[in-house]
Design a protein around this ligand. Sequence first.
Ligand code: NAD
Length: 356
Amino acid sequence: MTHDVTLIPGDGIGPEIAAAMEEVVAATGVDVRWRRERAGAQVYEGCGTPLPDSVLEAVAETKVAIKGPTATPVGSGFRSINVALRRAFDLYACVRPCLSMPGDGSRYRDVDLVVVRENTEDLYAGVEFEAGTPEAGHIIASVNERTPGAIRPSSAISVKPISPEGSERIVRYAFEYALSRGRRRVCCVHKANIMKATDGLFMHVAERVAEDYPDIAFECRIVDACCMGLVCDPADFDVLVLPNLYGDIVSDLCAGLIGGLGLAPGANIGSECAIFEATHGSAPDIAGKDMANPTALILSAAMMLDHLGEPGAADAVRDAVREVLAEGTSVTADICRALTDSAEGAVGCAAYGHAV
Ligand code: NAD
């Protein structure tokens, strides 16, 4: 069967890691027909937008996309291309599996956890009012009328919306993910002791949804203690489900547990479409030098193959990455440095991709 997939190579190291990823997917034998689309800073000058309509049309048609990192040009009217894509396709679940591999350069050996981050609400909803604006003044005045002195009049304001519907669909997604992959525990991460209305709502919804999944163990942890637990004993975690902001921070922390951003894959999933992407940025400092580590995008492609119903090919990709990292003779400079403090003997992005 032929799978149509939109490929957005992106900016900086994007085209290099995308080429390595394409070679690996081709080696699985799965028939993927790529529909190439350009987005990011590179298209902004020609098109006047970093996210041309053709990209949105392609993703809407293929339903599945894989994307390299994109830079959002200042003044383009976009806060972030990634946020715009998440909005356009209501990609409400950001999934980041973190799995230790021998030779990944990390301090930890036994990490096998999945971060499920809510992608549409919370402080990332983009509802902010600058200090001194009438909108901020109006909110401050009405709060201070009820609780005098609660907010300094000079404050900027950011709004943190958390809805029962938004919370329920992400928590249910986390439980269904755990069920379908034989995972045993879901941990709801929150700060409900301080933010009783918003995080409290998220936690209570999670407690209620957990009752529908009696075979999956459920617990709640406060985000600060959870971070300490992750650093002290990451093997103690299985599936984590979090509101947007904590999810963003904790997923990068977890990437650090498995050797850094160059190794951490990710997916943004909606009810209709899914976009798979490396979690790191466009790394302008090493762009065009054949130095990037394409592992994160290659492992994102493995997640994509699972999503396309090609689990054998997905496992083959993960096994190949594991083997090449464990062997340690064809690895990129970031991995070499993590292992030996020197980049001597490192191979380039293309050679690593070829080895995988
Ligand atoms: P970055 O992730 O691009 O780089 C941080 C550091 O990590 C750099 O030293 C870089 O060389 C290194 N690095 C990152 N990925 C690597 C890889 N695959 N292999 C080896 N080394 C790697 O973060 P930044 O510098 O803060 O951001 C650069 C640009 O990327 C910005 O324009 C930012 O907006 C954008 N960005 C895009 C995404 C995305 O599209 N998903 C995510 C984050 C940042």
